[in-house]
Design a protein around this ligand. Structure first.
Ligand SMILES: [Zn+2]
Ligand SMILES: [Zn+2]
Length: 464
């Protein structure tokens, strides 16, 4: 990549790192990126799908339309000094602990390279860089998918900063977030308990019911909860109001919806038992990810052509300090299910401070536990994702170590590599329309007549 691009991208990524913002409130991050894209000749539409901070930057004309899925939101509780290999919070309420300052900027980098390619070759095709808000919490892409933002897109490519260089394989879970708000009646808990109807009892009975449900759900389903209002601190007042927040996850949208209905029935049963009432508040939902082997192959070929970054002695020393800051025993069982040669990766994790080779993954339907809103895009258009190592081995995502390394040269090298690999893959797709058709055919076969039904109901708007 041209030095001029590298410098510009570094500036953007660092500026976003320095202005960590929560989902749907990434105003400064979005502004920085939009300005940069406009300066480089992209046409930008803002406030995409009424998300305020979401944008769509495009260049070129005609088909195929290739989308790059960028993000830029940060995480609460992760303010941390840069480049310090010890926990040292700064006065920031938030921090880029998931590398989304690199993620969005890396997609812009790929956009620049693809724009140059389209200009140079005169080939027909459109590149779109999407700024997708609120990945961590808020499900920005889900609203964008619901609004039809990706309907005329042919292929979507994504990346995420990580610990290894690889093409992501497998799937991720569908997930519903909801809150049960119980309403009862307060009373003196000793003097007139018969007059009280406890909302806290209803919360407890809901949780007990959900815990019994575990025995009768699939082993790949997940249900977890947090009591977000226990009704107060006074045992001698029957709690009139209480609420509990639930995440319900399964391997596909239809299965997840069915499990969600069962959990809602448990809460209704708890309300009946306690003579309270319950409001079910829908918070957000995300779809499972549908893999696409054709695109995985295109990305792998591209990654092998670009290669992984080379690290200087200084960078390796820097990474080693961060690796040392996280005590862990490296074992085979911590390696992802889809990795082709687990022993090779384990050896690399033990002996190198940072991943320094391309980790091959098998094509797989394996569903990783956890969810991403990239899943919703994958229900609309063939989608695939790569990871590049932007951090030392050791601590994983959402850690102070990731925040601290966020502006380092190893983070930037990971980001530039992602830009180059995504751009290379896009070139292959523009040059070989039959690859786009093959990816679409696989998509159609996997959908088998199913249509994307957005898991977020139409009346729910993007919210923090
Ligand atoms: Zn994250
Ligand atoms: Zn993330």
């Amino acid at each position: 990549m041209k030095k001029e691009y590298e410098d510009g991208l570094k500036e953007v990524a660092c500026a976003v790192w320095e202005h960590p913002e929560p989902g749907f409130a990434e105003f400064e991050s979005s502004r920085i990126q939009v300005e940069f894209l406009k300066k480089h000749g992209f046409e930008v539409v803002e406030n995409v799908a009424n998300t305020k901070t979401g944008y769509c930057a495009s260049f070129g004309h005609g088909k195929p339309v290739i989308a790059l899925l960028g993000e830029f939101d940060a995480l609460y509780g992760l303010g941390q000094e840069a480049d310090v290999a010890e926990y040292k919070p700064n006065d920031c309420e938030m921090g880029h602990g998931c590398g989304h300052h690199l993620l969005g900027t890396g997609c812009i980098g790929a956009g620049l390279l693809i724009k140059d390619y389209l200009e140079k070759t005169g080939i027909e095709g459109t590149i779109r860089v999407y700024g997708c808000p609120a990945e961590e919490s808020g499900s920005g892409k889900v609203y964008m998918a619901r609004d039809g933002v990706f309907d005329d897109v042919d292929i979507a490519l994504a990346w995420h900063p990580g610990l290894v260089h690889q093409v992501a394989a497998g799937s991720s879970q569908s997930c519903y977030h909801l809150i049960f708000k119980f309403h009862g009646r307060a009373a003196h808990a000793a003097g007139a308990p018969e007059n009280g109807r406890s909302a806290l009892d209803a919360v407890e009975l809901t949780d007990i019911g959900a815990n019994y449900l575990r025995e009768h759900m699939e082993s790949t389903d997940r249900v977890h909860y947090a009591i977000t209002n226990s009704g107060g601190v006074s045992p001698n007042v029957v709690q009139a109001e209480a609420e509990v927040k639930y995440f319900v996850r399964s391997t596909t949208n239809p299965k997840c919806k069915a499990l969600y209905d069962r959990v809602v029935n448990i809460a209704k049963g708890a309300a009946l038992m306690t003579e309270t009432t319950v409001d079910v508040e829908f918070v957000e939902a995300l779809s499972n990810t549908i893999p696409n082997y054709v695109l995985e192959d295109v990305l792998e070929e591209s990654f092998l052509e670009i290669g992984v970054p080379e690290y200087t002695k200084e960078e390796l020393d820097y990474a080693q300090k961060f690796k040392n800051s996280y005590e862990t025993k490296y074992t085979l069982d911590m390696i992802d299910e889809t990795v082709t040669d687990k022993k090779e990766l384990l050896e690399n994790m033990k002996t190198s401070p940072i991943c320094n080779y391309f980790v091959k993954n098998n094509h797989s339907e394996y569903c990783y536990m956890g969810s991403t809103d990239v899943g919703d895009v994958s229900w609309v258009v063939p989608t695939s994702t790569i990871n590049t190592a932007c951090y030392s081995y050791g601590a994983g995502a959402h850690s102070w170590q990731w925040v601290a390394q966020g502006k380092s040269s190893i983070a930037m090298k990971g980001m530039y590599t992602a830009s180059e690999v995504l751009a290379k893959a896009a070139e292959k797709l523009y040059e070989n329309p039959e690859l786009v058709e093959k990816a679409k055919k696989e998509f159609d076969e996997r959908m088998d007549g199913q249509k994307y039904e957005c898991p977020i109901p139409p009346e729910v708007e993007p919210h923090i």
